[in-house]
Design a protein around this ligand. Structure first.
Ligand code: UD1
Ligand code: CA
Length: 474
């Protein structure tokens, strides 16, 4: 049941200049999702009656993401008036006129914020019947944040922005997290009073706190002890720190669910990844996107899997795979490159220095060494010789290669597509297969070998090779 008395406003209109990026700040990613996606996921968990997202800078790119994550969100465009206060003003104007519940305002740049913390803030706000409630935390280095100024009784009096603060105020280490709950009625009463008389020439939402207190209204503060939960992303150093924090939590979650992670420091797992118990992850592994790993599989060391499925008991060593499926009991690596559309069936093998693309390799079939297999289907229990290249591209078009079951091809073959090799067929070493090979046939097209006796002695007299040959022949 949606909470009819709650509306959420997500502030996402800022420019994010400190990122120094062509990508808007809120679209930078951690754990495989954008900063704003994390915030919207948290908002979704609260099941509010209305969610409003305020956009401006790179608005189309943000709206595209917001509409996927939270299709019911009301999109509000901020105008030329800058500042978080203006953003909230326009968001509140977009709420139904008869909405009288609470408005939760969340900066869009706090990806690690969780719904329990927000739930706690809303509960405290409602229990105290406060006009406004805010999250605060105490930082070692409060640079850049708004400082929380409390009265001698300890009540919150106002918030002063870093750029507007006096030396005394700058010494305060309790900061405004940029997350507030307001009684809608009280908020509506104060918003028209916001001005731009400050160092940044912006309307600050933070000024509403001081205005409420000046009117004798009560403001609650909930202090968060885990500072990382409310730290904003303003530059890339903060982005990396938040990503590391989130990654550590994701890994710990999987460890407690029965996954062995040998070296959490060198392991990165996206939020969406699914793992089963008794999966083992060795050092230097990145599991990204919608990757799924089934029980007993061993991944790594030094492996990157993106949107890839790994079956039970498979081993994947020093491998890069994207949009691929690795079957149960299969073996991949070391040094394999699986490009999109690779489907290795159960107990199959893709070995050392093998590249695959759009290739189905059947149950128990092996491509063990030094090969390129593209646009190819291989049946069951076939073995592809070392150094086999599928020539699938004539410079204009790509063609398919079909290999049957129980096929044995020789080393250093080229399969010139389109071509078919029938069930149980063989090919000799060095064969260039340009014509279909019938089931059970042996294909060979290498010219017979000629040995020209005494060639080295005649043509390379006095060399080490000639001497060695002389010795060997005498
Ligand atoms: C803001 C707070 C500061 C607090 C800090 C916490 C104000 C004036 N200051 O500062 O007290 O300590 O967050 O992280 O609110 N945004 C808009 N429209 C705008 C400007 C910003 O929607 O015109 C959005 C941004 O996209 C961002 C959020 O509001 O998601 C915060 O903006 P930002 O510029 O990062 O504010 P801070 O300077 O960090
Ligand atoms: Ca910020």
């Amino acid at each position: 049941m949606a909470d009819n008395t709650l509306a959420i406003v997500v502030l996402a209109a800022g420019q994010g200049t400190r990122m120094k990026s062509a990508t808007p700040k809120l679209l930078h990613k951690l754990a495989g999702a954008t900063v704003v996606s994390h915030v919207l996921a948290t908002a979704r968990e609260l099941d509010a009656a209305h969610v409003v997202a305020v956009v401006r800078h790179e608005r189309d790119r943000l709206v595209e993401v917001i509409e996927i994550d939270l299709p019911t969100a009301i999109i509000v465009d901020q105008d030329d008036v800058p500042g978080t206060g203006r953003a909230v003003e326009l968001a509140v104007a977009a709420l139904p006129a008869n909405f009288v519940g609470d408005v939760l305002v969340v900066n869009g740049d706090v990806p690690l914020l969780d719904s329990e913390t927000l739930g706690g803030l809303i509960a405290q706000h409602r229990a105290a019947s406060a006009a406004a409630s805010m999250l605060t935390t105490t930082l070692e280095d409060a640079t850049g944040y708004g400082r929380v100024i409390r009265s001698s009784t300890g009540a919150v009096d106002r918030i002063v922005e870093h750029k507007d603060a006096s030396a005394d105020e700058l010494a305060v280490r309790e900061i405004n997290a940029g997350i507030y709950v307001f009684s809608t009625t009280e908020l509506r009463a104060q918003l028209p009073k916001l001005d731009q008389n400050n160092a940044q020439g912006e309307k600050y939402i933070t000024d509403v706190i001081g205005l409420l207190r000046a009117d004798g209204k009560s403001v609650e503060a909930l202090e968060v002890t885990h500072t990382w939960k409310v730290e904003g992303i303003n530059d890339r150093a903060q982005l990396a720190a938040a990503a590391a924090q989130l990654n550590a939590m994701i890994i710990r979650g999987w460890q407690l669910a029965g996954v062995t992670v040998i070296d959490p420091q060198s392991t990165w797992i996206d939020l969406q990844v699914q793992l089963s118990h008794d999966v083992e992850i060795r050092p230097g592994v990145q599991l990204l996107g919608a990757t799924v790993v089934e029980t007993g599989a061993v991944i790594g060391p030094d492996t990157t899997l993106l949107d890839t499925e790994v079956g039970a008991g498979a081993t994947v060593k020093r491998t890069d795979a994207t949009l691929s499926v690795i079957g149960a009991g299969a073996s991949v690596g070391p040094f394999s490159y699986l490009r999109p559309g690779t489907y290795l069936e159960a107990d199959g093998k893709i070995g050392t220095f093998v590249e695959t693309k759009n290739a189905r390799i059947g149950v128990g079939s092996k491509v063990p060494h030094l090969s390129y297999i593209g646009d190819t289907t291989i049946g069951e229990h076939s073995n592809i010789g070392a150094g086999t290249i599928v020539a699938n591209y004539d410079g204009v078009n790509k063609y398919k290669t079909v290999v049957g079951s129980h096929v044995r091809t020789g080393s250093h073959n080229v399969f010139v597509a389109p071509v078919e090799i029938g069930d149980g067929a063989y090919s000799g070493a060095g064969t260039v297969i340009r014509k279909d090979v019938p089931a059970g046939a042996l294909a060979i097209n290498v010219a017979p070998q000629r040995n020209m006796d005494g060639w080295v002695k005649a043509n390379r007299p006095g060399t080490a090779a000639a001497e060695a040959a002389e010795k060997s022949n005498s």
